[in-house]
Write a protein that binds this ligand. Structure first.
Ligand code: SF4
Length: 440
């Protein structure tokens, strides 16, 4: 019987030749990631269940990434990072991306920033492997043909002690994206379009596998944007077949061997959906749900108070590159916040050029607020002093992934999720704006 990418990875990780959707199986874990918000809880579960002096199952397979509430005076948030540090030292954790000097993040060469982008940039997202993380957007790494999904602190504490987890094999929904990608569309438009079609519960506990010519032509960062948001449709994980684009990205970041797997021609799918991307238009997800889709041009009367470009979904180097393309030579009409996902992305803003100017020069000339230190920042609201947090009931166009009430701070605030093109175009007009107005 043929199997999908997800079924093959889980079969291998459970030591079986075949698995079927719905089966409960024990899998061996290749990577466990946790961050400052869930790490202390996970460590607490591990110590309670395995003993105060217990040792983790493998100190080289656990990745600790402080990223959420870093640049804040909030004492409890700061204490969470200290707990990660103490645990990393006690257990000899190899991959701990620490920050000690918060006044100058650049003085912390180990500090990365947002976990999902950091995992990819540091070579932890390898085809054919199993990655669990205490964060719902761990599905981001499905872009590499890895089985990657978010789990709670209890499961993560159990993995810390055993390196195993019992999970149910998800059925796979396939999304075939064919056609020529129009120059005004980005992966964010495609995933918002799909979620609008299937709703926020449309893929509950299923794999969303993306295939087709449009996906094959995508860069790794665009593929990440697709997989990052499968959780917004309830998906267990996302997958994309690894190819040369994947191998080039991964091999330039790690020497660890990996074995890619591929969906068989006779694999069974829960459903098949086909899209001709050449027919799609720029979209937004209106408040207060990622499936509340509308065409960007249909919202042109929506006046906005700010724009936010950042997060694991929309704060990667290419996302800023896309924003710069629109902003170059123009002036923003609303406060425009820029939060690079990682330290590497931050450096890129000051190094990479679009049409003779660095991205940061373009942004500053356009009147954007200076790029912030890399972290999750206001994507998840955070403590009151978080950069870019929505402390007032304002309207924001954001490249982030979730717009439920209160997600970016104030419960009355309204967040329009959009691509970097649409976000940048909206910054220039002060209204939700179709980016075609600025892309010649
Ligand atoms: S950037 Fe936002 S979505 Fe991504 S990990 Fe941080 S809080 Fe979660």
């Amino acid at each position: 019987m043929g199997m999908t990418i997800t079924e093959k990875i889980l079969a291998k990780a459970s030591g079986r030749s075949v698995v079927e959707p719905g089966e409960n199986i024990w899998v061996d874990v290749d990577v466990l990631m946790t961050h400052d918000v869930c790490g202390p809880g996970t460590i607490g579960v591990f110590k309670r269940e395995f003993g105060a002096d217990a040792k983790v199952w493998n100190s080289e397979k656990i990745v600790l990434i402080p990223d959420h509430y870093i640049f804040t005076a909030d004492e409890r948030a700061n204490r969470n990072v200290d707990i990660l540090r103490e645990f990393a030292q006690e257990q000899g954790i190899k991959y701990f991306y620490d920050i000690t000097d918060k006044s100058n993040f650049k003085a912390n060469p180990d500090y990365k920033g947002v976990c999902h982008v950091a995992l990819a940039q540091e070579g932890h997202t390898r085809p054919g492997e199993v990655l669990f993380g205490t964060d719902s957007h761990t599905c981001n790494a499905g872009a590499f043909g890895q089985f990657a999904t978010g789990i709670g602190n209890t499961d993560a504490g159990f993995i810390m002690g055993t390196g195993k987890l019992l999970i149910k094999v998800p059925a796979t929904m396939r999304f075939i994206l064919n056609g020529e990608m129009p120059p005004y569309l980005l992966a964010k438009d495609l995933i918002l379009h799909i979620i609008g079609d299937i709703t926020v519960a449309g893929a509950t506990y299923r794999t969303m596998e993306f295939a087709g010519v449009a996906v094959e032509k995508m860069t790794m960062e665009e593929r990440m944007t697709l997989c990052n948001m499968v959780i917004e449709a309830g998906g267990k994980n996302g997958t994309i077949a690894p190819d040369e684009t994947t191998f080039e990205y991964v091999r330039s970041r790690t020497n660890q061997p990996f074995e890619p797997v591929y969906t068989d021609p006779d694999a069974k799918f829960y459903s098949n959906r086909r899209y001709d991307v050449s027919q799609l238009e720029p979209v937004v997800a209106q408040p207060h749900s990622p499936d509340n889709r509308a065409l960007a041009r249909e919202c042109s009367n929506v006046k906005i108070d700010r724009v936010y470009i950042g997060s694991c979904t929309g704060g990667k180097t290419e996302d800023f590159f896309h924003a710069a393309k629109i902003l170059k030579g123009n002036k923003v009409k609303v406060p425009t916040y820029l939060v690079p996902a990682t330290q590497k992305v931050y450096e890129d803003l000051f190094k990479l050029k679009y049409s003779e100017q660095t991205l940061s020069e373009i942004f500053l000339e356009a009147g954007c607020i200076e790029p912030a230190a890399p972290s999750c920042a206001a994507c998840l609201g955070g403590p009151k002093d978080t950069f870019g947090r929505m402390n007032e009931p304002e309207i924001c166009v954001s490249t982030t992934n979730r717009n439920f009430p209160g997600r970016m701070g104030n419960k009355e605030a309204g967040v329009y999720l959009a691509s970097p093109y649409t976000a940048a175009a909206s910054a220039l007009t002060g209204y939700v704006t179709d980016p075609r107005e600025f892309l010649s």
